[in-house]
Design a protein. Structure first.
Length: 414
């Protein structure tokens, strides 16, 4: 019988490496302390394998053929993928995989009614796996890795209850279908609140983040299933906050457990709230902890209401990310590259005029909108990507980063 020996939820904001040194000292301290403590606990647990549930930010599949869960079965996992390297501002890494565990998870979860996909070739990793891999020092740890990338942004997507149920089934697979004595670590890599590609790109919902961290540490899975709705997550950052569902899979696998919260850091240039929860696997919950009131739901999701997965411009962005030669040609002969794609006239015109609002109204996916902006305006960590984000936001609403910077700082754990 295998055993879960470590379980945590962490954020993977891309700036946690490339922009970390330029952040205020107290923000840097939170990040180093948070990941340092998680690394100490992970190594002390002595796992044979770490299964990371991370969000696929449209890095591996096209919107019209998008799997909800994609398991990496490669014998070695390398990253980050070439196009994301300069955006993250991080070095390359290589971590040994565990195809046997990946096969067992793939087989076992499909048998239990969960439609899983798998790939034996190396997946394209961005911040989802790269940030925790580098901060936890997985390369030198000797711990093998099984990455599972999940859909958090292409509708229809698995919601809180479906992700929790997947975690419960994963626990059963670990108990009954992995070699006796195996020690398994679980990590949910995603969130916290943010809106990649939207008019609120700079917005971070501190109140949601603190509520969510308390909820995950409370051991109250009834409230988790009832209150962490798609509408609540979308209100706190459309297309991005739902990344926290990776934590929900891990929580489902452990069952109700108390957790320890890290301090919480809010830094506008990270474009995402930062905090972690580490679950105590030594005892089950007798009485759930008290959790603050999450506040009312006052807005309906808006960014993805017009989403049209069939748009040819989606293929353009995916191909530009995946093909460096095409990307170089686009930079010097844009019209020639656009001629290769049978877009509708209004679709092409929106790209040529850099009119992201018009493109979104046609059904373009906002996450790919953020990536298209970086393909056009710059992709480097810091100034390049920041200019791209501001150009995008200007096209959508004109809001400046400074409008969201007033609440920066650190909130100590309670």
């Amino acid at each position: 019988m295998a055993e879960i020996v470590f379980a945590a939820g962490v954020p993977h904001a891309p700036g946690l490496i490339g922009l970390l040194d330029s952040a205020p000292d107290d923000i840097q301290r939170v990040i180093h302390d948070m990941y340092g403590e998680l690394r100490r606990k992970l190594l002390a647990a002595r796992p044979d394998v770490l299964i990371i549930f991370g969000n696929d930010h449209l890095a591996n599949s096209r919107p019209r053929t998008y799997p909800d869960f994609l398991i990496g079965m490669a014998p070695v996992h390398t990253g980050p993928y070439e196009w994301y390297r300069e955006w993250l501002g991080c070095r390359d890494y290589q971590v040994k995989g565990n195809p046997a565990v990946a096969e067992a998870v793939f087989r076992g979860l499909n048998r239990r009614g969960h439609r899983m996909h798998a790939q034996r070739e190396n997946l394209r990793f961005d911040d989802n796996v790269s940030i925790p891999t580098l901060h936890l020092g997985l390369e030198e740890s000797g711990i093998t890795l099984v990455p599972i990338l999940q859909n958090c942004t292409v509708p229809p997507l698995p919601d809180t209850r479906q992700c929790h149920a997947l975690g419960r089934s994963l626990a059963d697979v670990i108990s009954h279908e992995m070699p006796a004595g195996s020690r398994v670590a679980l990590l949910g890599s995603g969130g916290l609140s943010h809106e990649p590609g939207g008019s609120r790109y700079w917005y971070i919902d501190k109140d949601f983040d603190l509520w969510f961290m308390e909820l995950m540490a409370s051991g109250d899975h009834r409230r988790l299933l009832d209150e962490l709705t798609v509408t609540r997550m979308e209100q706190s950052g459309s297309g991005g906050t739902m990344e926290v569902l990776s934590w929900v899979v891990v929580a489902g696998a452990t069952g109700p457990r108390y957790g320890t919260q890290s301090d919480y850091a809010l830094h506008t240039n990270f474009k995402c709230g930062v905090g972690a929860v580490l679950w105590d696997l030594t005892r089950e919950v007798d009485a759930p902890r008290t959790v603050r009131d999450p506040g009312p739901i006052t807005a309906e999701p808006t960014l993805l209401t017009a989403f049209d997965p069939s748009l040819v411009s989606h293929d353009l962005v995916q191909d530009l990310k995946w093909d460096p030669q095409l990307r170089a040609r686009f930079a010097t002969h844009e019209a020639e590259v656009l001629d290769r794609y049978p877009m509708r006239p209004e679709e092409r015109r929106a790209i040529e005029q850099r009119d992201f609002r018009a493109l979104y109204d046609l059904g373009f996916h906002p996450y790919l909108g953020g990536q298209l902006a970086r393909l056009i305006y710059g992709n480097t960590a810091g100034k390049g990507a920041t200019i791209a984000v501001q150009k995008l936001v200007d096209s959508l609403s004109g809001r400046q980063a400074e409008a969201y910077a007033g609440d920066e700082g650190v909130t100590a754990k309670t």
